[in-house]
Write a protein that binds this ligand. Structure first.
Ligand code: NCD
Length: 312
């Protein structure tokens, strides 16, 4: 089976079969990452444009590395050094880059729907690298790959997503992906950081951290996204850390073999205590490695690489 869709905009629109296809392919791609020479000719002659209108370390670098390992050419566009600063619109920016005939656009933007908008303007493939508070599908896929590596699967697990749900595209993509693969999803955070529509989804909602992570197999901790918040959603970072910071004491409520995840960048001492971030249950750096594998898998599947070429 191959991916038949043109674009990867979100997990809400994806079937569980498609998600599993990507995750299985990503598991194969990991073997290439363990080699001495991390280069296969699979996507030679293909070009990828990364368009980042918001800051990024992990997502942008791992897309670039994934494309390069597969021998695609990568051109990076950063809004801060582009003609966007001269007032060029998103539409004109996309049309300009599209005229250079890339095969794939990877886009991150502060507006929900920006990836969909891009997809409507180009015949090239579009991968959403995060659009506003809407979706961040590659992050959820790498999170799920990490869970599967440790737990053997997703079905039947209880996963708590803790923190700033309202502003988090990571939470939304994880909710869709985990639900489709049969996990029980718990949303944990202060009422002011839970989006109104969350109770319409088949998730459990907790406003108390201890009860929220009690018995969980996975705790995925989210960053407090101060740059997206209006003032006054909680009294102070210090109080947030006291009530919702995941520390080793509260983590005892979870399963003894709990996985602690964080998409990064971490606010150490706010949503996650440093000893938890670096502790025995943390898989934060494995998530980053898996991010390269997932992005390799997506580029490979979208651009129709042949199965043999990947093992060259
Ligand atoms: C996330 C993002 O940008 O949505 N980071 C990431 O891609 N690893 C989460 C965040 O910024 O908090």
């Amino acid at each position: 089976m191959n991916l038949t869709r043109k674009d990867i905009l979100g997990l809400q629109e994806m079937s569980s079969e498609e998600i599993l296809l990507i995750l299985n392919r990503a598991a194969d791609m990991k073997e290439i990452l363990s080699r001495d020479i991390k280069k296969v000719p699979t996507l030679r002659g293909k070009s990828v444009v990364t368009m980042f209108f918001e800051n990024s370390t992990r997502t942008r670098m791992s897309f670039e590395m994934a494309a390069k390992i597969l021998s695609a050419d990568v051109s990076g566009f950063a809004a801060s050094t582009s003609s966007v600063q001269k007032g060029e619109s998103l539409k004109d920016t996309i049309l300009t880059l599209d005229a250079m005939k890339p095969d794939v656009f990877v886009i991150r933007h502060s507006a929900s729907g920006a990836a969909q908008f891009t997809a409507s303007l180009t015949g090239a493939h579009v991968i959403n690298a995060g659009d506003g508070a809407h979706e961040h599908p590659t992050q959820a896929l790498l999170d799920m790959l990490t869970i599967i590596e440790h737990k053997g699967g997703i079905e039947g697990l209880t996963v708590a997503i803790v923190g700033d749900i309202a502003h988090s595209r990571v939470a939304r993509s994880n909710i869709w992906g985990l639900m489709k693969l049969g996990a029980t999803v718990r949303i944990v955070g202060p009422e002011t950081l839970l989006p109104a529509e969350i109770r319409q989804l088949p998730v459990e909602v907790h406003t108390d951290l201890r009860s929220g992570i009690r018995g969980c197999d996975v705790v995925n901790v989210l960053r407090i996204q101060l740059e997206r918040q209006e003032a006054g959603l909680f009294p102070s970072l210090r109080e947030y850390a006291q009530r919702f910071g995941v520390n080793s004491n509260v983590l005892r409520e979870a399963q003894p073999d709990v996985l602690v995840m964080h998409p990064g960048p971490m606010n150490r001492g706010v949503e996650i205590a440093p000893d938890v971030a670096d502790g025995e249950f943390s898989v934060v750096t494995e998530q980053v490695t898996n991010g390269v594998a997932v992005r390799m898998a997506l580029l490979y599947l979208l651009l129709g690489g042949s199965p043999d070429a990947a093992s060259n």
